[in-house]
Design a protein around this ligand. Structure first.
Ligand SMILES: Cc1ncc(COP(=O)(O)O)c(C=O)c1O
Length: 470
């Protein structure tokens, strides 16, 4: 089937009638390559819409449950109404004429998304970008390749993978399934939480790599989070990548599930081999779409998508752009999302800066009200912050954290993620629970006041997690 080969990229066909009926944006980037182009996101500056007004912003998120103070954008992100509408237009296009869509429009659409991402993350080449469903899929792609390296004799039994102790649980499972199972040894870098400076992480990481080397082991893979999920901390990724290079680590994979829209993402600056970020968390895409960046290199092995289909052997970007018949619409709306963020002062950089400032301000307001502390200094917060909860709430396990989260949702209309931190020996009155708060463009101060007042009420009522039976 010619459309699955590298040569099969066909140009967009314009269908004016269809466009007029279903495409009401002022920049018809899908169908007008001459105007918006499929080659560079720089062309999106044409026909720029005015900055979004407060009323328009409220409309964009009017589908959010008004009864819920949503300070947990970090878990599942958010998608504005205009992007939902754009996604539905793509879905309608498929249903209207599926053969034309799958044979003529899907691949150019995904190429357009890859091109836009290349510009956003300062990659060197569009062939370094593959579009995948989520960070979980990206991790499977990278780790599956590591598993094959053992089977094919490129890695030796006992070769190591190094990762942070707070790496994401599901990704740790992937390491177990692909790397440990194939005979690799996994070493976790421990570091403290709360963390007071990036140097606490850098020095622990350095020590571990030096120790592995002096023990005579080879580190094949470093798996490093850009921003850990729980507890939430921005990791000094540039420094850790540099340590890996100095220590001759074979492959560096950065799991940056939260990063796009939340912190600076620049492939030249970071210098990793593989880097993945979800676009459905802080970048306003519908669930689910992510990119996987793979640095162009003579020495890195070929990666393959675990869902093998017609494109197998044509490179990961091509393999990933057809993994069987399914809904690809989330992958196709990325250019519209770029248009959406351009309607905010400073674009995505402006959004991320304001979210950061606001979340730190709100975090400081909460720790003052509760007499606790932030889990990291502001510069390690991005658009989320870890806020210590009063010790008297009696959070003494992960299960307590989950129960409190449920209680806040069901009894107070607040959605916030809670982290349980195991106290160290001898700690007096330790803070064992942290609320992970986010800030996104739709949040208002009232959301955080609601959380503050709910926790204060629980404290005043003598509540402890032991009283919850759920
Ligand atoms: C650090 C990290 N890695 C991977 C993932 C998995 O993301 P997804 O469920 O979208 O695959 C998450 C999800 O929150 C995460 O925080």
């Amino acid at each position: 089937m010619s459309h699955f080969t590298k040569q099969g990229l066909s140009p967009f066909k314009t269908k004016r009638g269809f466009l007029n009926l279903h495409y009401r944006f002022s920049f018809p980037c899908i169908f007008s390559p001459s105007k918006r182009g499929i080659d560079t996101h720089a062309s999106h500056h044409l026909d720029r819409k005015p900055l979004i007004s407060d009323a328009e912003l409220r409309f964009e998120f009017a589908h959010h449950d008004p009864a819920v103070a949503r300070v947990n954008n970090g878990s599942f992100g958010s998608c504005p109404a205009s992007i939902i509408a754009a996604q539905q237009r793509w879905q309608l296009q498929v249903l209207r004429q599926p053969d034309d869509f799958y044979l003529n429009r899907l691949r150019p659409g995904i190429l357009h998304t890859r091109t836009v991402i290349k510009g956003l993350i300062n990659a060197g080449d569009v062939d370094e970008i593959s579009i995948v469903d989520n960070a979980t899929a990206a991790a499977a792609i990278v780790l599956q390749q590591a598993g094959w390296a053992f089977a094919e004799g490129r890695f030796n039994q006992g070769d190591a993978a190094v990762m942070l102790c707070h790496a994401y649980g599901a990704v740790k499972k992937s390491v177990e399934a692909y790397f440990s199972r194939a005979g690799g040894r996994v070493i976790e870098v421990q570091y403290p939480f709360p963390v007071s400076s990036k140097y606490e992480i850098i020095s622990e990481f350095q020590k571990v790599l030096e120790k592995v080397r002096s023990d005579g082991h080879k580190v094949r893979l470093a798996l490093i989070d850009h921003i850990t999920s729980m507890p939430r901390v921005v990791i000094p990724i540039k420094e850790l990548v540099e340590i890996c290079r100095n220590e001759d680590v074979d492959q560096i994979f950065v799991d940056a599930a939260h990063a796009m829209g939340c912190t600076k993402v620049d492939m030249q600056e970071i210098g990793a081999d593989y880097y993945t970020s979800n676009l459905h968390k802080c970048f306003f895409c519908p669930p689910s779409v992510s990119f996987l960046y793979c640095r162009k290199s003579e020495t890195l092995p070929d990666l393959h998508h675990p869902m093998v289909s017609h494109g197998y052997g044509n490179g990961l970007p091509i393999e990933s752009s057809w993994i069987g018949t399914r809904d690809y619409s989330a992958q196709l709306v990325v250019p519209e999302v770029v248009e959406f963020v351009s309607r905010f002062e400073g674009g995505i950089e402006g959004i991320r800066k304001r979210n950061h400032e606001k979340v730190v301000e709100m975090g400081q307001m909460l720790v003052k009200a509760w007499g606790t502390n932030l889990g990291s200094p502001p510069e390690m917060c991005s658009s989320m912050a870890m806020v210590g909860l009063p010790a008297c709430l009696g959070i003494s396990s992960d299960w307590d954290g989950l129960k409190l989260r449920t209680h806040l949702r069901e009894c107070f209309g607040i959605e916030v993620h809670i982290y349980y931190r195991e106290p160290e020996d001898g700690e007096v009155n330790p803070v064992t629970g942290y609320a992970r708060i986010s800030h996104q463009v739709y949040n208002t101060i009232d959301d955080y006041c609601k959380l503050r007042d709910a926790v204060n009420k629980l404290v005043n009522d003598g509540f402890t997690c032991a009283l919850l039976s759920i």
